[in-house]
Design a protein around this ligand. Structure first.
Ligand SMILES: N[C@@H](CCC(=O)N[C@@H](CS)C(=O)NCC(=O)O)C(=O)O
Length: 254
């Protein structure tokens, strides 16, 4: 594969004229991140930025339901954002794409045979299959209980309790790391969304309840990766600790 397009990496423009792929990255391969502003794709964008991996983005325009278009369904048959084009094919499921990037680029996670790997994996899977899944139910209750508003209210009330528990457990148990890791990216995005989306009453998502998480997202918020994200997706100066709904240069969050 030969890529001749200019690629943004950490705010710079670099050229990768000779990305050759044969089951492993011989030179740097260019990824394509199919994204919508403030969607789960932001976690993958942060990882790409943190890892210094070359990528370009392709907007999935949610205003016209592009995530359900035949072209996008070929990339992710579930019709969900993100999808990441890689030399090994298209990756979907945020946790899978995140872990794949960490392993492929050797960063943001303990390496496979290290003693810290198990701890990392269990929390990554918890973020994906519990924390993120509960947030999905909170934001899209209709997908879980149909159009009945009373049933939706019941579901979202329970999910708020579940999420208080989830964030509390993570706050207490997440392994300390000397530097930002992939879990920080995932948890920060979930905390952001909890504060600005879903049912009107969002007092439950008060960061003061989770001081260790707050310290971690403050550390993350100071990174150049976050500055790049903020600029690209219009997320505001403090996207995790003082979030507001985005004003993106292109596309829309919902
Ligand atoms: N399990 C999926 C969830 C992704 C997801 O919920 N994506 C949302 C945006 S944040 C989406 O595509 N929503 C569009 C829809 O449901 O139609 C993952 O981890 O990637």
């Amino acid at each position: 594969m030969v890529c001749e397009q200019p690629v943004r990496v950490l705010g710079q423009v670099r050229r990768f004229p000779d990305s050759t792929v044969s089951g492993f990255v011989r030179h740097q391969a260019m990824y394509v991140l199919h994204y919508a502003p403030d969607n789960a794709s932001l976690i993958i964008r942060l990882a790409l930025e943190e890892l210094g991996a070359p990528y370009r983005t392709a907007l999935v325009d949610r205003r016209v339901g592009d995530q359900r278009s035949p072209a996008f369904l070929e990339k992710n048959p579930n019709g969900l954002i993100p999808a990441l084009e890689t030399p090994d094919g298209v990756l979907f499921e945020t946790g899978a794409a995140l872990l794949w990037l960490c392993d492929r680029h050797g960063g943001l996670a303990p390496v496979p045979h290290s003693s810290a790997r198990g701890d990392f994996l269990k929390w990554l899977f918890f973020c994906s299959n519990t924390l993120h899944a509960n947030l999905r139910g909170l934001f899209y209750p209709q997908y879980f209980v149909g159009p009945d508003h009373a049933a939706q209210k019941c579901l979202t009330a329970q999910l708020q309790d579940n999420l208080i528990h989830d964030f509390g457990i993570i706050d207490k148990c997440l392994p300390e790391t000397p530097d930002v890791d992939a879990l920080d990216l995932y948890v920060a995005a979930c905390l952001r969304w909890a504060q600005i989306y879903g049912p009107e009453d969002r007092n439950w998502a008060d960061l003061a309840k989770w001081p260790r998480l707050l310290a971690r997202i403050l550390r993350l918020e100071a990174r150049p990766s976050v500055a790049a994200l903020v600029k690209a997706e219009g997320l505001g100066a403090r996207p995790f600790t003082r979030p507001h709904r985005p004003t993106p240069p292109e596309g829309s969050a919902q």
